[in-house]
Unconditional design. Sequence first.
Length: 392
Amino acid sequence: MTAELKVFEEFICFSRQMKKWIISNAVICIIVVIVTLFTAFDFVFMPYLNDFSIYYYTSKTFFESDPTLIYNAEYMFETYSVLAYRYLPAELFVFYLFVPFGLNIAYVIFSAISYVLNLLSAFFLYRIAKKILKEGWEVMRKYIIVFFLMTFHFSNYMTGQVSAIIAFCVTASIYFYFSKRIALSSLFIGLSFFFKPISAFVIIFSILASSKSHVLKRIIFIVIPLIPDAILFLTNRGLISGFIKLNFVDLNETSVTPSISFSNLFNTFGVSSTWVMIFGIVFLVSSWFFISKHVKDKGFFAITYGILCHFLIMSAVWDTQVLFLYPVLAVVYAFYGNGQSFKIYILYPLTCSLFAFAYAGFPLVILAVIVSIATLLLSIFTISLFVRPRIN
């Protein structure tokens, strides 16, 4: 039996066992997409289109107009009613493939792709469970069920964000890490950064955690997906200046937002998000050298710690991004967890959903404090599991 046929048979077996929950996630996707289409992408009653529209119209601008305009927030809003595009430019080559279909059909296709990627992320969790857990599949099964049903899928499908792509890349990276295939693991970390630079901390700590024999290979394969962006920035200085201005000059949050980041707690006191990020990076990088001394599996810890750093100190972290945190937590909790792990796994996304009450007039500051503290406690609990003896 070939390796490919064996994987396919595993996928069929996985699909049969999880049929009910796979269908449930499909129903969530279909309902949300239909509602979003019928409300003209204005489901949250805001004066702009959803996030997929940002990728759609930015790629259209990049290829059919002046490429440097993609980082001009005023132009993009006035021309297309979309918010600012803050990411790397090379991924627009991917999103331009959707433009010929028109916005509505393109959004439907992208949502279907996101659903498939969620399914594949869950399948990777299944294979990880088979590979590393003594109890095998049953330990991971309950976490995958929750993953398929959680509230973050509603906001992710509605906004058309790339979180499903990031979740797939991160989960694949973890799987290949445990399979001792460092090159592929590193390549998927690089791909996650290619689509959204949320894995910057993952890259830093993965390199720090690498042995001398693996560090060069890891760096090379992380960098490979980022070569197209380097070429674009080097050949068009307007792109790099626009990217820097939009992300590091204009983005300095001092007010409270519906961000689930722990840094939002400091915004309630009027502290600049820039200062929070600077001090946060210094503290978390310094903490890495202390904590990692007490961790046996530094490679997997690097991925987990890097993702948690994003949720702790970055300013604009929305509930859609919980989607790429949760496959990581599923592996941590199934592998290292205790009796509290599953309860926390269920409760955290529900806590993040409290921001919905802001639309009913509930004070945003109070909600921000609750969610920020929940993010901090989740991070502390997760990190603490790595320094305890493994249960499973």
